[in-house]
Structures are given as C-alpha cells and as structure tokens.
Design a protein around this ligand. Sequence first.
Ligand code: BYC
Length: 474
Amino acid sequence: MAIDYQERIPNNVDLAENRTLQRALEHWQPHFLDWWRELGPSDFLDVDVYLRTATSVDAKGWATYGTVKMPDYRWGIFLADAIPDRRIGFGDEHGKPVWHQVPGEHRSTLRRLIVTQGDTEPASVEQQRLLGHSCPSLYDLRNLFQVNVEEGRHLWAMVYLLHAYFGRDGREEAEELLARHSGDRNKPRILGTFNEPISDWLSFFMFTYFTDRDGKFQLKSLAESSFDPLSRSCTFMLTEEAHHMFVGDTGISRVVRRTLEVMKELGTEDPAAIRARGAVDLPTMQRYLNFWFSSSLDLFGAENSSNAAGYFATGIKGRPDEANYPDHLCREGSFHLERPDGKGGVSEEDVPLRNAMNEVTRTAYIRDCEIGVKRWNRLIAKAGYATELKLPSERFRRGIGVWANQPVDPEGRIISAAEHQAKVPSWIPSESDGAFVKSLMQRVAEPGKMASWIAPPERGINNLPVEYEYVHLH
Ligand code: BYC
C-alpha cells in the first residue's frame, strides 16, 4: 500500500521517516477499517458528515472542519508539544528526567495500562453503533459521529504507543484491541461499563457525561506519567474529550428543558402524563443517572489498591493535576476509608495514601460530576419545581472495591438483602423504563427539527446555525 503519510495519517511523530512504524501501521490499518465497517456506525459509511479533524496540535490545526465520509476520516497520531527538560512529577523518582523509552522493569505495567485505556475507545464505538438510526436531530447525529471518529483516533493514539515502543508484544496487543468486543460473551471489553449496551440516546448522554468524564480523569492521571510519549498522547486526547463531555452535559440539559416545558404545558409532574406527551419524566432520568454514575465509579478501581500504590511510587500514573498537590511523594500520609463491617454496619480505617490513589481520583471525579447536576437543578428550580436530580452515594450499586455487591440504597444506607432486591427496580431503569425510552427513539432527520423529548441546542457547531444539514443522509 503506497501511502502519503502526512496526507493520509496526519501526525507529528515523524511517521514518514519511521519505516518500522509504517510497517506496523500498514498491517494494522486495514484491520481497523474492517472493524469500523463491521462494528462502527456501519449503516452510515456513505453519508457525508460535517466533522472536525485534528491535523496538527496547534490552535489552528487541532479543529479543522469539513464534510467527510467516516471511513475517509483522517485518523491522525499526535503528541502534545514536548516540555523541554521535563522531570518526573511524583513518586520515588521525583525530580529525575522523564523517560523517552520504556524502562524494562515497567514494561508490562505500562503496556497493561495502555491496553486498558486503548480498549475503552473502540468499545464505546461498538456500544453506540446503532444509535444513528434513532437520532433526535441531524445536529445530534453529527455529534454522535464526531464522538465516534475521535474515539477511533484515541484508539490510534494508544496503538501508536504499542507499535512504536513495545515491539512484537505491542503489535499483538494492537490486534487484540480489535478482537475483543463490547458485550461479547467470549471476548468482552476489559472494563465493566464498556460492556453495557447503549441502546438509546438518554443512555448516550449519560455515558458521555459520566463515563467520558472518567476518561478525562484517567487521561489526566496518565498525562502525569513519567513515560513522556504516553503523557503527551493523553494531553492531546484531553482536548477532544472535552467535546464528548459537552455533548453529554448539554444533551441532558436539553432533555431536562424539554421535560420542564411539557410539565408547564400540562400543569403536572405526573410521569404518566409527561410520558404520554412524548417526554422523559424526571424520575426516569434519575434512574438513568443512578445507573451510569454508579457504573462509572467502578472504573476508578478499588479504594485500597496496591496496583495504584505501585503506579504512583514508580511514576507510571499520577493524580490528575498532580502539580496542585503540595506533597508529590506521599510516603507519609493516609486516607480515611469507610467499608462495610460485614455485620450490617460500617467500619473505618486509615490506609496509606499511595494505596488510596484510586479513591483520591474518584473523589475529584465526583466533585466534577456534581457541577452538571447543579446546573440541571437550577433549570428545574427556575421553572418553579422542587424536584432535584441527585448523584447517588458512591457506595450504591458498586461492582468493584469494598462496597462491591453490598445491599446499599442510593443514600448509602446498608439495608437488608430482601429490601434491596425489592427496591432495585425503582432505583435503576426497569425493563418498562427501557421500553418507554426506546419508544421515543424515532429518527428525526429534517435539518433543524428535534424529537419530541429534547429541546434544541442553544447554538450549532462551529458557528453554523442549528438548522444546518450536518449530515447528508440522502
Ligand atoms: N471493570 O487494583 P485495582 C475512557 C480490575 S475511560 C473491570 O483496583 P487498578 C473513555 C483491574 O483492572 C478511561 N475490571 O485496579 C470513556 C485489576 O485487574 P488486574 C479508561 C476492573 O489497577 C468513554 C483488578 O480489577 N482508562 O477513556 O488500581 C468513552 C484490581 O483492581 C474495573 C483507564 O481506565 C472495572 N470497572 O485500577 C471512551 C486508565 N476496575 O490488572 C473512552 C487505565 C478495576 O489485576 N487503567 N478492575 O487484572 C487504569 O489505570 C487501571 O487499570 C484502573 C483500575 C483505574 C481501571
């Protein structure tokens, strides 16, 4: 395959000069495209979409807009600009020069983290692959596809690291990233949330708000890494991640706004009446929020983790915004944890701070999640209603860590197993909630028109009007 590398694969990693990397990518790229055709938004291969493509890392190039067919999207490889004389920012090697190659002793740990990060990217594309059929507007359809192609690019970013720094093992892992599939019984994706189906747009907005936000915090942690190519890859990925969270945040806001309009119009908060008018009642939204928030909390790993302590000590993975902390060694401190005592109560313990790094990051994530919830609640309050959306307790519905599989209610109270079982359907989406939400998912494909359950966005993309034909379906 003759490729004009800079044109076909925009990059700032000297791809045109690196024959080994070219060979690895030449082998992998056709498999990626096959995967995209089969498990990406497969019924939309021929449609023209108004997309943003990163063609360089500077302010001009990172968001180049134009109309493309998705299989022709130019998935590029970018590292944020190098920081001259960058030093390790935390852990036992604090202050020493960062690594430009993989230290032998950290090879398998780094590979595992890069593979875990990389695995989530195609997983999310697989999860969302059928949503295009039920888009609430062309504006939303375009945003879905933007998110999808960028997750594809984030996969490329991790595959680049595997190919460029991990030799044969890396090439094998890159193939495996296309062989595991979301929800596949025999070869599932690595992390739990990425095997959950996303079969409606309310789930998509919750996922892009809560799960992409885990992406933000994990990428920030990896951006602190002493392995400089990983750090620079993740720093650039964060610029794209911001749009994905915007899609989630504004998506949920727009659903709330439409629901409030219907509540006003009907003069009732009765879920049945709101549903009959084709909008999503707030209690249903709360159940979707409970589901995706609790699932995303698991993505931070266990509260007390020797893996996390090891990553910190060796300088492999830090805390998000490490520079903001006064102590970068964390040899002394401890973290106060609560755990179930096995007798229906709670016991407390202090764990060494390094072991609690997952919890430190999860705590920062929860604070960040609250910002959107407050904004949605302001909309509700402004419309004159007392209902509030709320993040459930971090103990609720956990599958990982000390609270895994505990009978806990959304307030964090430990209850009996029988009560828990009886009440779960009122806390997370029931089958009938799913069927109702799915019944709303009818494709709206006329420029500027919105589905009955969602308000229009405040503005279009890249200063274009909301009515712009962002996707040419015909
Ligand atoms: N599901 O010691 P622990 C994103 C495993 S999202 C299943 O607590 P550790 C995106 C864990 O792997 C960001 N398994 O783990 C968003 C470990 O297994 P091994 C993705 C889980 O290492 C939207 C074992 O349990 N990036 O970018 O401290 C769209 C022991 O646990 C789960 C990353 O995750 C789970 N939820 O922390 C697109 C960053 N949680 O290794 C993209 C890379 C834990 O003993 N990954 N386990 O077999 C990591 O930093 C760490 O692997 C984790 C886990 C934070 C995930």
